[in-house]
Ligand binder design. Sequence first.
Ligand SMILES: O=Nc1c(NC[C@H](O)[C@H](O)[C@H](O)CO)[nH]c(=O)[nH]c1=O
Length: 164
Amino acid sequence: MFTKGVTPSETPYDGSEFRILILHTRWNLPVVEALVTGARETLLSEFNVKMENISIKDVPGSYELPFAAQEFIKYSDPKFNAVICIGVLIKGSTMHFEYIAEATAHGIMRVGLDTRTPCVFGVLTCLTDEQALERAGLGESPSKHNHGIDWARCAVELAVRGQQ
Ligand SMILES: O=Nc1c(NC[C@H](O)[C@H](O)[C@H](O)CO)[nH]c(=O)[nH]c1=O
């Protein structure tokens, strides 16, 4: 079995001057909160991002993430260097899951491209509760891994490379 998640870059990125927004949903909140904690702790411990430079805001659901990311990027001063959009979609018995997942993924990508502010797609799209727990580093699975860690690494790397 290989290690889940992104392999850290060999380049030691410095986030000490960065302002990062963690934008999260309130659906499936216990899982979302674990992902937010994983991302926040990684920003602090691996990249020296200052606690006061990490903003944490919430929206109702994943579908609201692109609009909220766009508005925070547009109207925040000083600007954010990157935004980590965190949500948890769990498939129900209808097609609602597919439509939200597709719209949210494309929406977050478009906001990043339009604003030139890195927007990390931190939305779990799971078929079961167990899949969500495992990917937030929760539950009993030996392969559990908190993907919030990966998303923090992605946010800082893109913020640095966006300045180059
Ligand atoms: O339906 N399930 C989910 C969900 N639906 C709400 C949607 O994102 C939005 O808030 C509403 O449609 C209103 O616009 N949002 C999630 O983050 N996870 C889910 O699992």
